[in-house]
Design a protein around this ligand. Structure first.
Ligand SMILES: CCCCC/C=C\C/C=C\C/C=C\C/C=C\CCCC(=O)SCCNC(=O)CCNC(=O)[C@H](O)C(C)(C)COP(=O)(O)OP(=O)(O)OC[C@H]1O[C@@H](n2cnc3c(N)ncnc32)[C@H](O)[C@@H]1OP(=O)(O)O
Length: 166
């Protein structure tokens, strides 16, 4: 995994709050293929990512991590399906159509989280990605959230039209 370049560092023009390398104030997550089926993302939160009690990770941040890891996995899967390296040749974009998150246990903010995603269904423009978020310390791994994300492929022209709204 260490020798891989993160999906986000290959996907161009990305200013997304969760996953855009071009967003200095963003979370700047990094996702990689773990094996043929699953992708992985490790993230360490900052104190201002807290929920009400300052010891726990905010639920919206959890959803953003899941959203972005899943959508970037979907984009990477589009490139893979077309035998392309990410960011080379025809561009593939996906957006979030649906994001269903189930929060199972609070995630301590000082403990790194790990996200594992898997594309479970592909039909036409639509991909379904199942994602799990764990709190991971040296001794233990606690499942804190599970999610199902619907990613919809959109045409390259979206980039041009979204760039006009600045
Ligand atoms: C919003 C700005 C995004 C700009 C993107 C531009 C370029 C990309 C640039 C960089 C990307 C790089 C990295 C990734 C970045 C970010 C990751 C985070 C992602 C986000 O933060 S992104 C923001 C939130 N996101 C939206 O702002 C979407 C608003 N929405 C729409 O723009 C439309 O609603 C759309 C396009 C979703 C669908 O429109 P459409 O016309 O293509 O759909 P169509 O009717 O053809 O359906 C085809 C099949 O998808 C199914 N389907 C459709 N909609 C569904 C839904 N909502 N839920 C479940 N299934 C759905 C149908 O049921 C059918 O399925 P079936 O074939 O099985 O019947």
């Amino acid at each position: 995994m260490e020798t891989q370049v993160a999906f986000q560092d290959q996907i161009p023009h990305n200013h997304c709050f969760g996953c855009g390398p071009n967003n200095a104030q963003g979370l700047q997550i990094k996702s990689y293929w773990q094996d043929d089926c699953t992708s992985i993302c490790n993230f360490s939160a900052l104190p201002h990512h807290s929920a009400g009690p300052k010891g726990y990770l905010n639920g919206g941040i959890i959803s953003t991590l899941i959203d972005c890891h899943a959508i970037c996995t979907s984009i990477a899967d589009c490139y893979r399906e077309n035998n392309q390296h990410i960011g080379e040749g025809p561009v593939h974009w996906c957006v979030t159509g649906e994001l269903n998150v189930r929060y199972l246990a609070p995630a301590p903010i000082a403990t790194p989280v790990q996200l594992i995603a898997k594309v479970t269904e592909t039909s036409g423009k639509k991909r379904i990605i199942e994602c799990k978020l764990y709190s991971v310390d040296q001794h233990d791994r606690t499942l804190c959230a599970t999610a199902s994300v619907v990613a919809i492929k959109v045409p390259e022209s979206w980039l041009e039209s979204s760039s006009r709204i600045e």
